[in-house]
Design a protein around this ligand. Structure first.
Ligand code: HEM
Length: 478
């Protein structure tokens, strides 16, 4: 009782051409005709797509639906990082570290996040006494986002080095762009794409070693000094609030010898986090900025909220202040909803079979994608206005005057940007706080509008959505 396989005419190619040539329309038509889940023959394999009714069944069963092996088929990243993590490699451990050491400790990092973001805004946008046009802003935004990430991961000392920030901001972009240029090989067979990418890494065409060298050059002296201090002070040593010092004190990483192998191990763990965090956060910040800049009707209300919070906090934000940015949060959530990828969050079934609640059964090894746009633009969740950009939809007002705001960090069946179930993104609290702080500071300082005067469309690469490359105009408020 397999989900319906949409008929196709050309062997080998199957639906690949239709899929590459406009996945948005193609998936919509398939869903309308065949319901959900449905299957397509793309890139040499059968792939099943789940929509608004069945996606939670996949995400809630993360013990039998494996996210990492599915991601590795498209971007074989884990094998690359495993070159460095020879002794200890556990993705569960990393997810726990993000949850316990970053998301749960955000209040400790707050002043550092703000300081780094303000520094980045000054450095990359600076004074705009006359209106200034910035194109390809993701380049600057990724460096602004990289600063607080470098600070929290490597500590205050290492994050001051510009080559570290540069390395953080480009590591993922470089790898992803290279991975996206070769899916055509999958026409022949999916494994061709994976093997090609692995070869690129092997022959240094996607160079990660350069990033490792920068990390070792800047961080080895810091690691040696901290281990020396740990030994000297024993129990009196006060652990520093950054991930590097957490790792140095963790039983899996404790050492007396700081050799190349040890630095490789640290590099593999810390840069894996750089890989999963910076690009996604930059993308979300970019979309939110374009959504704000293209909609003058939102400007006054959002600016007033920022000004009020700024005045009440004397410009030094606390977690409570960021929590109060409800209008800004609604803008971000609506932006995340409307800019969602067409299909994403792939998984591979590891159990012998899985039967969805509607009876459709898929076999072991099946790749399953969430058809994200079916959730994001679904009238069952968002009513007749699901195609419109309305930040206020995330606040519900009751007749007794009570209002309930569903924040952008809350995952549910209508909002799966951060996944769902127990493997939902543990970094989302950090990401949303960074985005809110960056937007808050940018909106307070500049009037921002799109160069076109309109809402510019997203760029679509395969099934992934990216912010426009078009211009944004910045002008100092005073
Ligand atoms: C807007 C920014 C971000 C988006 C849209 C995003 C999205 C996602 C998604 C969709 C997943 C898969 C969830 C699932 O399988 O159900 C995920 C997992 C993960 N994310 Fe994020 N993420 C973002 C930022 C971050 C940041 C800043 C960090 C780290 C500081 C991070 C760390 C992780 C980790 C470690 C996992 C794996 C979780 C596990 O295996 O249990 N993410 N993210």
């Amino acid at each position: 009782n397999e989900p319906p396989l949409v008929p196709y005419h050309i062997p080998f190619i199957g639906h690949t051409y239709n899929f590459l040539n406009g996945s948005e329309n193609f998936l919509r038509k398939c869903k309308e005709k065949y319901g959900e889940p449905f299957s397509l023959y793309i890139f040499g394999t059968v792939v099943t797509f789940t929509g608004y009714e069945t996606s939670t069944e996949v995400l809630k069963n993360s013990d039998i639906f494996d996210f990492y092996s599915a991601v590795d088929k498209i971007f074989p990243i884990s094998p690359v990082f495993r070159i460095f993590n020879k002794k200890f490699h556990s993705l569960e451990f990393t997810a726990r570290v993000v949850h316990e050491q970053i998301s749960s400790k955000l209040n400790l990092y707050f002043s550092r996040i703000q300081k780094e973001i303000l520094f980045g805004i000054e450095k990359y946008f600076g004074k705009c006494e006359e209106p200034k046009v910035f194109r390809n802003t993701s380049h600057m935004l990724s460096r602004i986002i990289a600063r607080p990430v470098a600070n929290i991961l490597l500590g205050e000392e290492a994050s001051q080095f510009e080559d570290i920030v540069e390395s953080f901001s480009i590591v993922e972009n470089k790898i992803l762009t290279k991975c996206l240029i070769t899916p055509m090989l999958s026409f022949i067979h999916r494994s061709f794409h994976t093997s090609f990418i692995t070869l690129l890494f092997k022959f240094g065409l996607i160079s990660i070693v350069g990033h490792r060298d920068t990390f070792v050059k800047r961080c080895k002296p810091i690691v040696e000094e901290r281990i020396h201090q740990r030994k000297k002070l024993g129990e009196k040593y006060i652990q520093k609030e950054d991930l590097l010092d957490f790792y140095l004190g963790d039983p899996h990483f404790k050492t007396d010898v700081v050799d190349d192998q040890y630095m490789d191990e640290l590099f593999g763990h810390l840069y894996w986090l750089v890989f999963v965090s910076i690009n996604a956060t930059t993308k979300a910040l970019g979309f939110a900025l374009f959504d704000y800049a293209g909609r003058p009707e939102l400007w006054d209300e959002i600016y007033e909220e920022q000004l009020k919070i700024h005045n009440e906090s004397n410009g030094i934000l606390s977690t409570e202040d960021v929590h109060k940015m409800v209008k800004l949060d609604c803008l971000i959530k609506e932006s995340l909803r409307c800019s969602t990828d067409i299909a994403a969050i792939p998984h591979i079934l590891t159990d012998n079979s899985f039967t969805f609640s509607n009876g459709a059964t898929i076999p072991k090894g099946r790749e399953v994608y969430v058809y994200m746009r079916d959730l994001a633009f679904n009238n069952n969740f968002f009513g007749e206005t699901s195609n419109e950009f309305q930040p206020k939809r995330h606040i519900t007002s009751y007749p007794n005057g009570k209002t309930v705001h569903l924040p952008s960090t809350k995952v549910d069946k209508s909002f799966m940007t951060f996944g769902g179930g127990k493997r939902a993104c543990p970094g989302r609290f950090f990401a949303i706080n960074e985005i809110k702080i960056a937007l808050h500071k940018l909106i307070l300082r500049y009037k921002i509008r799109t160069e076109s005067g309109k809402v510019d469309p997203a760029r679509i690469i395969l099934t992934l959505a990216y912010p426009p490359n078009s211009g944004l105009i910045f002008e100092d408020r005073n």
